[in-house]
Write a protein that binds this ligand. Structure first.
Ligand code: NDP
Length: 400
């Protein structure tokens, strides 16, 4: 008997619940709770229709620890899957400690008033989770998440030492909107408009926002202009694989997307501070989110593929070797299965898989963990069987 509680009924939360409902031999009771209960009910109805599985739903404000604790104590989940927003990570971790629940998320904590990506706030919970005998699994989406598991898999099976790691994230899909983001627009735009950063020889090197770019070839897709940006898993991966000399993250953007982004920034709509509008306080980026297409509604006409993977160079038995491990995911297939597009799908499937690893005892331990600290093998097997098959190219040209 494993009860699991999902918080957040957005694109990712919807996929997670679909995937949990496909694995009821492990997830015997499922609850979806979010700020807006009606969104949870829509997901529950769809899941009931597709798989005949009953999902409980509830309203919860995840910024409010006592409210969370009351819900956790009432439902008594063994694991809480946090797919609300990164702002809620710490309140949900606090509530887990108070109610005796384990924790899993897909994005590191961010303070609302500062777009800052680092694990320090959540790593600071290490002793508390250890003392409570509870597990917190951080960053178990695709990137972060699957990319950390890919790196751990490469380190376990293909390398004595990993030296160079490039995570490459391509969305070659078309949603047929002039501008839309693939996950929460506020979180997405905060991330992309940051300064770039990568790790080299023990130091973090800062670049201008999207300053460094080059075309990269993606399998079955072809060349796409790819931009270096900072991504949170770089921080944990260079800590957990100290032989890494350089670690970078690349993401593709189309010219149309970048032009819109530039205009949004230039006219002040990406601002995250409060402004006064006719006597009312508004945060421009939150207002922008309200007028942009909802990422949850992009799926229907989305065609094309995502392609995300790790390109690694290092040493095995004294010889240099390269290794590229990746998944290609079809937006259309994701939509047909779950009603959501590929970016929500590629995040939700690893989140379910991490939950599956924990509840079947394949990943265990008291404390706070990043996914690459666990055994990658059972995860790789389960994630492939759950809709994200992976492919590998050994000793190919990494282009990077
Ligand atoms: P959405 O904006 O679509 O969904 C977020 C959900 O959380 C909404 O249902 C929202 O409620 C709910 N929520 C927000 N604030 C609260 C609150 N205070 N209390 C309760 N519920 C709340 O986001 P996505 O589904 O696109 O993304 C979810 C998470 O996944 C984010 O943290 C994102 O960063 C992460 N992510 C991770 C990726 C990875 O690969 N690791 C990739 C993509 C996303 P309401 O409906 O009322 O607004």
């Amino acid at each position: 008997m494993s009860k699991v509680l999902v918080i957040g009924a957005g694109g990712v939360g919807t996929v997670v619940v679909h995937k949990l409902a496909q694995n009821t031999e492990v997830f015997t009771e499922i609850m979806l709770a979010s700020r807006t209960k009606s969104k949870c009910d829509v997901v529950a109805e769809d899941v009931k229709k597709r798989y005949g599985v009953e999902i409980k739903t509830a309203k919860v404000d995840a910024d409010n620890v006592p409210e969370l604790v009351a819900l956790f104590k009432e439902f008594q989940p063994k694991l809480v899957i946090n797919v609300a927003l990164p702002y809620q990570d710490l309140t949900i971790m606090d509530a887990c400690l108070e109610a005796g629940c384990n924790y899993l998320d897909t994005a590191n904590y961010e303070p609302l008033d500062e777009a800052k990506f680092e694990y320090s706030w959540q790593w600071a919970y290490q002793d508390k989770f250890k003392e409570a005998g509870l597990t917190a699994i951080l960053g178990c989406g695709f990137d972060p998440g699957q990319t950390g598991v890919y790196t751990a898999y490469a380190a376990k099976h293909y390398f004595d030492e990993i030296h160079y790691l490039d995570i490459v994230d391509c969305n070659a899909g078309d949603h047929h909107h002039a501008f839309a983001t693939n996950f929460n627009p506020e979180i997405n735009i905060r991330e992309i408009t940051q300064k770039g950063r990568f790790y080299e020889n023990g130091q973090w090197i800062e670049t201008g926002s999207l300053e460094i770019h080059q075309p990269i070839n993606y399998p079955e897709i072809g060349p796409k202009e790819s931009y270096l940006l900072y991504h949170e898993e770089l921080e944990s991966l260079v800590k957990n694989f100290p032989t890494i000399k350089r670690a970078r993250f690349w993401m593709t953007f189309g010219q149309e997307y970048l032009t819109h982004l530039r205009v949004i920034q230039n006219i002040g709509m990406a601002r995250i501070d409060e402004i006064d509008y006719n006597g009312q306080k508004i945060v421009p980026i939150q207002f922008l989110k309200a007028v942009l297409p909802n990422p949850q509604d992009l799926g229907e006409n989305y065609d094309g593929w995502t392609s995300i993977g790790c390109r690694i160079r290092g040493i095995k038995d004294g010889k240099e070797r390269t290794y590229y491990v990746y998944n290609n995911c079809s937006h259309k297939a994701a939509y047909e299965e779950t009603g959501m597009q590929g970016v929500s799908y590629t995040t939700g499937v690893p989140a379910m898989t991490g939950a599956y690893m924990f509840l079947t005892g394949k990943w265990s331990g008291a404390g706070v963990f990043n996914v690459e600290e666990f055994d990658p093998d059972p995860f790789m097997e389960k994630v492939a069987a759950s809709g994200l098959p992976w492919h590998e190219i050994i000793d190919g040209d990494l282009e990077l």
